[in-house]
Design a protein around this ligand. Structure first.
Ligand code: AMP
Length: 314
């Protein structure tokens, strides 16, 4: 912590407060102003257990991994009060703020650029067997130059779900796939793709797509209204999942709303890709690389060049 001068709080997140800080000495040993960074201090929920070294080792692995669309983890260290501090490059805004700001319009070409960046990041991670586990618009950060940077990689796995509710957005279920809501304990890359599909839909609708009401069951009901209930044809393995083996049953019901009626302004190639991501059966969902090869990305309109994206209304 001695190496950083805290400037101000940037925001409250799932794991604690994030501060803007300046590195006191530049890593190259040269003089001049140190780099601006975002400091995320993660308090241990049970300090008596000590520092989670496995978590630190895993985070350090992520440091080796550099990608245009993944936020750079500059440093990791622990504090005397057993908190872990993650030091990131500083972003300017995030997709949640952009979506909320009605003064910013999001065109179909902007949406294509956002989805392209997100899929490139996720594809690179999945190739290395790294899963995100908590994809949502808040975790899609943007640098000043318009580059999208995915943040919070792997944290959900390392730290689980926080017991204390720090941020109302933090524990949203709206991006959670049906297999996890039904109790699947194995998390696969297909789960991340479901979340990407939800973000894609939100870019098109300008509101969260599948807004359940705080409980897993309500979230499942919301999903099944749009996609129909799972059965042996559309999702053969679902009945082996914990909630189903415990006796939770839904009446066989087709979708009660039509996809095309929800996304009336979206072109067919857009809807076709969205449908390939949002499939109940995780085994039938497109992979990130299949999504990137979809004609949607070759067709007009071309993705907006990142430097032309409007990120704020000021
Ligand atoms: P998080 O813990 O990731 O949910 O972040 C909490 C708050 O800090 C949010 O308002 C984020 O926008 C902000 N934040 C997180 N990481 C960064 C970063 N690298 N640069 C700038 N702001 C950030």
């Amino acid at each position: 912590m001695d190496n950083y001068e805290v400037i101000k709080a940037l925001g409250q997140g799932t794991w604690g407060v994030v501060h803007l800080a300046r590195q006191k000495s530049s890593p190259d040993g040269g003089g001049g102003e140190g780099r601006l960074v975002a400091l995320k201090k993660i308090k241990s929920e049970r300090p008596e257990d000590g520092i989670n070294f496995t978590a630190i080792r895993e985070i350090k692995l992520l440091r080796e991994f550099k990608h245009e669309n993944i936020i750079e983890l500059v440093d990791v260290f622990t504090t005397p009060d057993k908190a872990v501090c993650l030091v990131y490059e500083v972003a300017d805004t995030d997709l949640a703020k952009i979506l909320k700001n009605r003064a910013i319009s999001i065109s179909l070409a902007d949406t294509k650029q956002h989805l392209l960046s997100l899929l490139r990041a996720i594809s690179a991670c999945h190739e290395r067997w790294i899963l995100h586990r908590d994809l949502k618009p808040d975790n899609c950060l943007f640098l000043k130059d318009g580059t999208m940077k995915l943040a919070d990689f792997g944290l959900a796995r390392m730290y689980g779900t926080p017991k204390t509710r720090l941020s109302p957005q933090a524990i949203t279920l709206w991006y959670k796939p049906p297999e996890l809501l039904l109790g699947a304990s194995e998390y696969s890359s297909a789960a991340d793709i479901w979340s990407v599909g939800c973000i894609f839909a939100e870019l098109l609708l300008r509101r969260p797509f599948l807004q359940g009401n705080q409980t897993d069951i309500s979230q499942l009901d919301t999903i099944f209204t749009v996609f129909g209930t799972p059965n042996e044809t559309n999702w053969p393995d679902h009945s082996a999942l914990p909630l189903c083996t415990q006796g939770l049953l839904w009446d066989d019901c087709p979708p009660t709303v039509q996809f095309d009626e929800i996304f009336i302004a979206a072109p067919q190639d857009c809807i076709s890709l969205l449908r390939s991501m949002l499939v109940l059966d995780p085994n039938k969902r497109f992979t990130a690389s299949q999504c990137l090869s979809h004609p949607y990305f070759m067709n007009d309109p071309a993705p907006t060049p990142k430097e032309n994206l409007v990120l704020s209304s000021e």
